[in-house]
Design a protein around this ligand. Structure first.
Ligand SMILES: [Zn+2]
Length: 364
C-alpha cells in the first residue's frame, strides 16, 4: 500500500493490466522503472501522457512551450475550463491533472521550447522519447538527438481526421551504448530522415488552419502508447516497422516500410546532425521594443494560398495580403509574413511564443 494514496494499492490499481499476458507482473515492474519524455503536451501529448501515467510509467518528463487556450478543450484531454481561463502552461496543467489520478508516479513539467541548446539536458534521463510536437522542426531535432544518442523515439501526428505514427529504433553500436536486461537489443529501423529527408517546404497545413478531430488525436495517441508499452517491457521485437497513417473519415489506411535504415541517409547513415547543430534553424532576433523576427529564408510561401488557409479562422482578424506581404492580428499579436518565409511577430519579446505562432499558423 502506498502511504500517499490510502485505500489504493498498486496491485489493485494495475490489476487489469497485469492480467494481460503481454504485460504481466514482470512487465508492470519494468514500467514502474521506466522514464519517458513527452515532447509537446498538446492534443496527442496529453492523451499519450494520460494513457502512460495510468499505465504506471514510473517517471514522465513533460515538455511544452504553450499555454492552455479555450480552443484546446475540444480534444486535449488533460485540460479543463479553469486551465484555459487561467492561461496555465500546458506542461504544468498536465502534471497537476495526472497527480489527481496517479500520485504514485513522478512527473516533471518543463515549460520550454525544445531547442538544440537545451535538448541534451531535458532528454538526458529518458529511456524513450515520444514526439507529440506540432511542428517538423522539433521532430527533426528529436530525430537527430535520438539517432546520435541511440535512444528510441516514436513519432505521432494528427491533422483533420488523419492520424500517423512511426517507431524509430536507432542503432545502439554507433552511439557507444549497449543494451541491458530491461531493453534487449533491437534490429534498427529507418529514421525519420530515411523516409522523409527534409521537412515539407512552403506553408504547411496545421491544426490551426485545417482543423482536427478528437478521434484522430486519440487514435494516434493509442497507437503511440501501445508501441511504448511494448518497448518498455522489453518487447521491441513486436513493434511495428512502418510509417502508418489512417484516415478516420474515409477509412483509408497506408503503410510505408521503415524496416531497415537507408545506408544513404544523411542522419543515421552519415551521422550528420544538422538540426542538433542548429544549422537548419531560422535565425531569430528581437527587433524594436516588442517584436521578434524569424529569419526563415528557405520556405518560399504562396501568400495567396496562406491567405486562403487563414481566412476562415475565427481567431484571426484584420487579415490582408498584397504581393509583398501578408498581415494578420491574433489576440495581442500582429503577424507579418513575407514571400520568402520570413515573419515579424509584434506583441512579444519571447522567441518561444513567436516560434509557436509561426508553427501554428504558417507551419514549420
Ligand atoms: Zn535515417
Amino acid at each position: 500500500m502506498n502511504p500517499s494514496t490510502p485505500g489504493i494499492s498498486s496491485d489493485e490499481r494495475y490489476s487489469r493490466q497485469v492480467l494481460f499476458p503481454g504485460i504481466g507482473r514482470k512487465g508492470q515492474e519494468l514500467l514502474a522503472g521506466a522514464r519517458v519524455a513527452i515532447v509537446g503536451v498538446g492534443a496527442i501529448g496529453a492523451a499519450t501522457a494520460s494513457l502512460l501515467a495510468r499505465a504506471g510509467i514510473g517517471r514522465l518528463i513533460l515538455i511544452d512551450r504553450d499555454i492552455v487556450e479555450p480552443s484546446n478543450l475540444q480534444r486535449q484531454v488533460l485540460f479543463d475550463e479553469a486551465d484555459a481561463a487561467a492561461s496555465m502552461p500546458k506542461a504544468e496543467a498536465a502534471r497537476a491533472r495526472i497527480a489527481q489520478f496517479n500520485s504514485e508516479i513522478e512527473v516533471e513539467a518543463h515549460t520550454a521550447d525544445l531547442v538544440p541548446a537545451n535538448i541534451c539536458e531535458l532528454l538526458a534521463d529518458a529511456d524513450l522519447l515520444l514526439d507529440c510536437a506540432d511542428n517538423f522542426e522539433t521532430r527533426y531535432l528529436v530525430n537527430d538527438y535520438a539517432v546520435q544518442q541511440g535512444k528510441p523515439w516514436i513519432y505521432a501526428g494528427a491533422i483533420g481526421a488523419k492520424a500517423a505514427t512511426m517507431n524509430i529504433l536507432p542503432r545502439l553500436e554507433d552511439s557507444g551504448l549497449s543494451s541491458d536486461d530491461c531493453n534487449p537489443a533491437w534490429a534498427p529501423t529507418g529514421c525519420l530522415a530515411c523516409l522523409f529527408p527534409g521537412a515539407p517546404s512552403g506553408a504547411v497545413e496545421t491544426c490551426d488552419t485545417a482543423g482536427i478531430l478528437g478521434p484522430a488525436v486519440n487514435l494516434a495517441a493509442s497507437l503511440q502508447a501501445a508501441e511504448a508499452l511494448k518497448l518498455l517491457t522489453g518487447q521491441a521485437g513486436l513493434m511495428r516497422r512502418t510509417f502508418l497513417s489512417f484516415d478516420l473519415w474515409t477509412g483509408e489506411r497506408a503503410a510505408i516500410s521503415n524496416a531497415a535504415p537507408d545506408p544513404d541517409c544523411a542522419v543515421c547513415g552519415s551521422r550528420t546532425f544538422r538540426h542538433l547543430a542548429g544549422k537548419s534553424r531560422p535565425h531569430i532576433t528581437l527587433c524594436g521594443r516588442n517584436s521578434v523576427q524569424i529569419h526563415e529564408h528557405q520556405r518560399p510561401l504562396s501568400l495567396t494560398a496562406l491567405l486562403h488557409q487563414l481566412q476562415l479562422h475565427p481567431e484571426i482578424e484584420e487579415l490582408r495580403a498584397n504581393p509583398l506581404l501578408l498581415r494578420f492580428r491574433r489576440g495581442p499579436h500582429q503577424v507579418t509574413v513575407f514571400p520568402d518565409g520570413r515573419a515579424l511577430i509584434q506583441g512579444t519579446t519571447d522567441a518561444g511564443v513567436a516560434r509557436s505562432i509561426y508553427a501554428r499558423f504558417i507551419g514549420s
